[in-house]
Design a protein around this ligand. Structure first.
Ligand SMILES: C[S@@+](CC[C@H](N)C(=O)[O-])C[C@H]1O[C@@H](n2cnc3c(N)ncnc32)[C@H](O)[C@@H]1O
Length: 499
């Protein structure tokens, strides 16, 4: 267990800062080859680069990331204020002869403007053994995905549900006044308390399952990278606390989608990631659409990935540290296949689910999209803009949409293809180069009219004024064109093609 003695934590913080133990410094030190190998969970290049170095940051990488034994004298030199004795008292290391061995992983983490340090349990690459079931995860791929896609308006109260090491709470600290962080795991709570102290954060940290610790409370922003991994029950498989909420199938994500709305302030947003099952021949979005219909708030689902049952079994049997080819791996693989077969599961979707409580009484909207293509960060602002645009559309009539002077977003380009001599375009493509990088393909006579409208949508004319003029110019029925455009403009506004 980690200690949170304030004077020892302050000494550690000062040492880490003095060692320039930052993301950039560590990347510089390792170089791209060792850093990329480490990202693939291969330690040998990083060990070779840091082995002889007396640079304090290199010593800290060896000790806290690679899990190597490091001479006490070198640790003393890298952490002069805390010293080896202080590191032992905080529970960061244990002694073995003249060497110290890390008991936790401790790494720099940050965004463009912040440097933080995050303790978590040692990874498999440091322990060279399968993970224990109460393992507390460091910053992983899913953590980074959620952090990147979270809309970040300035808010008063935010919740990080299933906080783990507290990585999402650290991001929230940049734009939320008060933060509640919850987890069911005793170990995670100890680690997140340590990380909060180390990064000078004052979070309200609570233990409990799912939404129980915040019963009756509301937040302006909720984020959760929940234990969403679908895990077979009754097969004797390890139940890793960090990824498995102990329920059958995708029930954890269903529970959050259908209940998070009750905890949102009017205008509040919840951002989660997770898996949902696709059953038999059903459309991939059917199940999540059913949950969304019961959410009682607006729901935007972006599906980013689809796996078949075998791919899913391979991913998660390996994730706990099992090597493919072993008997245990084969047993786990078969358990996943049996579990999916029992429910007729043909696919497992992964995506981002955004919930929004309207500020006033109105019917919630639901939007479920295949967003598997390439995307360009920053994505949080894109999601926020999509929610705000859909909220605006839900509060305005078609007539109001037509009476607005829209502007084409600066990242939109037009590709027009036509046959020589033909009056109408063969097709028109509107392409976004930022965010979700969506495109809209239009053809025939509507494509010609759409190209004309997009060409003049610069915030001067209302949509109605422009479309009336285009109808006259192209000799089209004005009423039909206004109707066609109303549907299309709503979609373009929702997608951020028009602003
Ligand atoms: C995938 S980890 C996410 C950790 C961290 N928030 C991140 O983004 O990396 C899921 C977290 O949920 C916690 N957890 C598991 N079951 C839970 C439950 N029933 N209620 C609340 N938290 C739970 C785990 O202990 C773990 O810390």
């Amino acid at each position: 267990m980690l200690d949170t003695d304030p004077s020892l934590i302050a000494a550690l913080r000062a040492d880490l800062a003095a060692a320039d133990y930052s993301v950039t410094r560590v990347l510089d030190l390792l170089g791209p080859v060792a850093a990329n190998a480490l990202a693939r969970e291969q330690v040998i290049p990083a060990e070779r680069v840091t082995r002889e170095s007396t640079d304090p940051a290199a010593v800290l990488v060896r000790l806290f990331t690679l899990g190597d034994p490091v001479d006490q004298a070198r640790v003393e030199a890298a952490l002069p204020r805390l010293g080896a004795a202080g590191a032992l008292r905080l529970g960061l290391v244990r002694a073995e002869g003249d060497a110290l061995l890390a008991l936790v992983d401790l790494r720099p983490y940050g965004d463009d403007e912040h440097t933080w340090w995050i303790a978590s349990d040692l990874s498999e690459l440091a322990t060279r053994a399968p993970l224990p079931v109460d393992h507390v995860l460091g910053v992983g791929g899913a953590s980074a995905t959620l952090a990147a896609w979270t809309p970040r308006p300035r808010v008063r109260r935010a919740l990080d549900l299933g906080t783990g090491c507290g990585v999402q709470a650290l991001h929230l600290s940049t734009h939320a006044e008060e933060i509640v962080a919850t987890d069911i795991s005793e170990r995670a709570l100890n680690i997140v308390r340590f990380n909060a102290a180390l990064n000078e954060q004052d979070w309200d940290i609570r233990q409990g399952s799912m939404l129980e610790p915040v019963a009756g409370e509301r937040f302006s922003l909720i984020v959760s990278n929940p234990p969403f991994v679908i895990t077979p029950r009754d097969h004797g498989l390890p139940t890793y606390e960090y990824r498995d909420g102990g329920q059958s199938g995708d029930a954890v994500v269903e529970h959050l989608v259908t209940h998070l709305g009750e905890h949102l302030e009017p205008g509040g947003i919840a951002q989660i990631i997770g898996n949902w099952e696709v059953v038999g021949d059903a459309a991939w979005g059917e199940r999540v659409a059913d949950w969304a219909a019961r959410a009682g708030v607006d729901v935007l689902v972006l599906m980013r990935e689809m796996q078949d049952p075998a791919q899913y079994a391979e991913t998660w049997a390996r994730d706990g540290g099992q090597q493919s080819g072993t008997g245990e791996f084969a047993r786990m693989y078969a358990a996943w296949l049996d579990d999916f077969a029992a429910r007729g599961v043909s696919g497992i979707a992964f995506g981002l689910i955004t919930l929004h409580r309207p500020a006033d009484e109105r019917t919630p909207w639901i939007e479920i999209r295949d967003a598997r293509g390439p995307v360009r960060p920053p994505l949080g602002p894109v999601l926020l803009a999509q929610v705000e645009a859909r909220d605006w559309l839900a509060r305005h009539t078609d007539q109001e949409v037509l009476d607005t002077a829209w502007t084409v977003a600066p990242d939109v380009t037009l590709v027009q293809v036509s046959r020589p001599g033909e009056p109408d375009l063969s097709y028109l493509e509107l392409r976004q180069s930022e965010g979700l990088q969506q495109s809209d393909l239009l053809s025939g006579d509507f494509g010609t009219a759409a190209a004309a409208y997009i060409g003049v949508a610069d915030g001067e004319l209302t949509a109605r004024q422009a479309i009336v003029a285009i109808a006259a110019l192209l000799d089209r029925d004005q009423a039909v064109l206004l109707d066609d455009f109303t549907i299309r403009i709503r979609q373009w506004v929702a997608d951020g093609i028009l602003r």
